[in-house]
Design a protein around this ligand. Structure first.
Ligand code: FAD
Length: 488
């Protein structure tokens, strides 16, 4: 279906971009070997690996337009790439698609200090944007563990959620406008900084979460928030998932407007992460669950009073068994390492099967014991006194998540990716999610991993509409092929 790249194609790219903004394999007349291209061909978890021979680094929408127009005319498949922190195999090629990396398109275009509207190139790193606007008393409405590497364009393209979702909501609300290049090279500039605009179809929404399948996002206009002057963080030790739920309900009613994050994880996640980062656990005793609650406000005294009263209530009512409040920003950072360091720590233990699912909060953790039991029954996992028994293909089944958003990260750690283990996990995990009317992807997207599982969340009519949208924007299907939509 797609054209195999030739040296003529590479020459054409060389007429659009200077040589120092292209990586080309020796086979196609460049100087790169496999190692030089590896960082672009392999995903963050090391599960998906492509074999692209060419990586292009445009710095303007015009350059992206010329590249895409040529690829479209020649039926050359492409993969847009941001920070390559994606977890579903969406950001790396499946075969030898050309990678269009946005990492050198990273300028801030404007900041409106009245409205907080920030306009920037899509290749800006999330953390750099936060650092920049913090000088103006502002903060990004999105934050996630990969903030030091992921791009705002990647965040938009995956509809990333993260830890501030509970306070600032979805990117579908905070993105004000986008500049995007369509596969035929058309530049659609809708970099509006307006908060309100009711003039017809909201085309930008289609690009939010499109995973690079209908065009390349080159610019983003996003509504930033006031940087809170008072931030508090606390970690709680809890005896049951029911207590985690009750704590969340109480946090919503008692901390209400200052509640800015509510994360939880299980005891195994705590053990693995504290071991990996060599951090002392927050409490002398171990608990089945931990919750990290953050408050953000503008009046330190008021916020502390509220948090203290809330914690006292929790302990008195025996909902939380233990609690500690960070005394300064260093302690806050350490608390966040327990939570944000989980993905990295799990990844060091073996092959990780990652599931990012949306479920009713009441059912959120239920899938973990069910999955464990299924793996035990199949003889690939065993537990003694609640701890995994070594020597089985599956080493651990753990979970953590953004409880405030009904989003669980279920992680199954195995000694290697193995078809037998995979077939025990999937489609069971998706059927389970479907049975409680959840979503098979809360925030990571579909990529290669879930393209063929879309039916567990979307009806046939919705899938058909998605296919029609794809056909409209990308009739030659050059954008990020083999992903996102079920394969024909
Ligand atoms: P990439 O990984 O490069 O690409 C992701 C997808 O977007 C691909 O389909 C790619 O083709 C497309 N794309 C990238 N840039 C563009 C563009 N400019 N135009 C069009 N398409 C584009 N995700 C969450 O939602 N919440 C979390 O809390 C979270 N935590 C994480 C923690 C860790 C440690 C890691 C490694 C990942 C985490 N993620 C999380 C997943 C990941 O960071 C997000 O999906 C992120 O938004 C991806 O951004 P990126 O720039 O790395 O995009």
């Amino acid at each position: 279906r797609y054209k195999q790249l030739t040296t003529e194609d590479v020459q054409k790219f060389g007429s659009i971009l200077p040589k120092d903004r292209m990586l080309v394999s020796k086979e196609l007349g460049g100087s790169c070997d496999e190692k030089d291209l590896e960082g672009f061909n392999i995903d963050w978890i090391g599960k998906y690996k492509g074999n692209s021979q060419v990586v292009l680094f445009p710095v303007s929408a015009q350059e992206v337009s010329e590249i895409l127009k040529y690829c479209n005319d020649q039926s050359i498949a492409v993969v847009p790439q941001g920070g390559n922190t994606d977890l579903v195999g969406a950001s790396v090629p499946v075969f030898d698609e050309v990678i269009i990396s946005m990492q050198k398109m990273n300028k801030i275009r404007s900041l409106d200090q009245d409205s907080g509207a920030l306009v920037c190139d899509s290749g800006c790193i999330l953390e750099s944007l936060d650092d920049y606007i913090s000088g103006f008393g502002l903060t990004m409405p999105i934050d996630l563990g990969a903030k030091g590497s992921c791009h705002i364009g990647g965040n938009v393209s995956t509809n990333a959620g993260g830890i501030r979702y509970v306070k600032y909501g979805s990117l579908h609300g905070s993105v004000l406008g986008l500049e995007a290049v369509l596969p035929d090279g058309t530049i659609v500039n809708n970099l509006s900084t307006l908060r309100k605009d009711s003039t017809g179809y909201d085309i930008k929404q289609l690009f939010i979460g499109a995973e690079g399948t209908i065009g390349i996002v080159t610019g983003v206009s996003i509504l930033t928030a006031r940087k809170p002057s008072s931030v508090n963080a606390t970690i709680l030790g809890l005896n049951s998932y029911e207590n985690v739920r009750s704590t969340f309900r109480k946090a919503k009613s008692q901390l209400s407007e200052i509640l800015s994050a509510f994360e939880f994880w299980d005891t195994k996640c705590m053990e693995i992460t504290s071991d990996h980062f060599k951090l002392a656990k927050p409490f002398e005793s171990d608990y089945p669950f931990y919750a990290l609650i953050e408050t953000s406000g503008s009046n330190a005294e008021h916020d502390e009073e509220k948090l203290t009263a809330f914690l006292e209530n929790l302990i008195t009512d025996e909902i939380a068994q233990d609690g500690v409040v960070a005394q300064d920003t260093t302690q806050q950072k350490k608390m966040w390492t327990f939570r944000e360091g989980i993905p990295e720590s799990l990844g060091k233990l073996g092959a990780v099967y990652k599931y990012d699912i949306s479920l009713p909060i009441s059912r959120l953790y239920g899938i973990v014991p069910d999955m464990k039991q299924r793996l035990i029954d199949a003889g690939v996992y065993a537990e003694k006194d609640g701890n995994p028994v070594p020597g089985y293909p599956v080493k651990s089944v753990v979970a953590f998540g953004h409880i405030g958003d009904g989003n669980l990260h279920l992680n199954i750690i195995a000694d290697k990716y193995d078809p037998k283990v995979s077939s025990l996990i999937e489609p069971y995990v998706y059927e389970w999610v479907n049975s409680v009317e959840g979503s098979i992807s809360a925030e990571h997207g579909l990529g290669v991993m879930k393209a063929n599982c879309l039916k567990y969340t979307k009806s046939p009519e919705m899938i058909e509409s998605m296919k029609q949208i794809k056909q409209l924007f990308d009739p030659k299907a050059i954008m990020n092929p083999y992903k996102f939509l079920p394969n024909e």
